[in-house]
Design a protein around this ligand. Structure first.
Ligand code: APR
Length: 191
């Protein structure tokens, strides 16, 4: 599956892209996996990334010692085009729990920090927590875009942040959140 329906926006020197596609096929420095606390693989995008990367990936993640919710750790990309996989653990969504948005924002922020520390210039995110962990897509999109915009506007090292949305619905929700955010922020504009 190739990427389709690309939307570009720009914030300072960073391009924000929305595409519908498969994250395992992305030719970027790092892809961000929606992992669980064990980092040993699972279903959804985690399973797809482990299948595409091959057995070297789980051998590497076994050495990472797990990961707390809201945090992220990095490994090589093995058979993927991406040189790195950033394993990020989002929260399970709980209705009305103020920790859910805080933890989701932390997951995106920590992924970007780990990326910047490893000289990652181009990064692709899956929509963390929006599958098995049941985070509503629209709410997750707002948090994801806000966190990315705040990070790149303060720190300019990442050139491209691509959100790879698996379904038309996910793309539409991210598109809606990006439309709102371009109206709300002076520093974010469609390119
Ligand atoms: N490329 C991009 N996005 C994908 C792909 C793919 N190949 N496959 C699935 N997705 C999307 C889903 O449609 C969803 O929007 O990734 C998003 C996240 O869904 P999940 O993979 O279910 O991740 P999450 O909700 O964070 O749950 C994490 O699932 O399998 C496990 O080990 C993982 O236990 C952890 C849990």
């Amino acid at each position: 599956m190739n990427n389709s329906t690309v939307t570009h926006a720009k914030i300072k020197r960073t391009v924000i892209e929305l595409v519908q596609g498969d994250i395992t096929e992305q030719d970027v420095d790092a892809i961000v996996n929606a992992a669980n606390n064990t980092l040993l693989g699972g279903g959804g995008v985690d399973g797809a990334i482990h299948r595409a990367a091959g057995p070297g990936l789980v051998a590497a993640t076994k050495k990472l010692g797990g990961c707390a919710t809201g945090d992220a750790k990095i490994s090589g990309g093995y058979n993927l085009k991406a040189r790195h996989v950033i394993h990020a653990v989002g929260p399970m969504y709980r209705v009305g729990d103020p920790n859910s948005p805080k933890l989701l924002a932390s997951t995106y922020r920590r992924s970007l920090e780990v990326a910047a520390q490893n000289e990652v210039k181009t990064i692709a995110f899956a929509a963390i927590s929006t599958g098995v962990y049941r985070y509503p897509l629209g709410e997750s999109a707002k948090i994801a875009l806000q966190t990315v915009c705040d990070f790149v506007s303060a720190k300019n090292s990442i050139k491209l942040v691509r959100f790879v949305l698996f379904t038309e619905e996910a793309l539409a929700e991210f598109q809606g959140a990006l439309d709102t955010m371009t109206r709300e922020r002076d520093d974010l504009n469609y390119a």
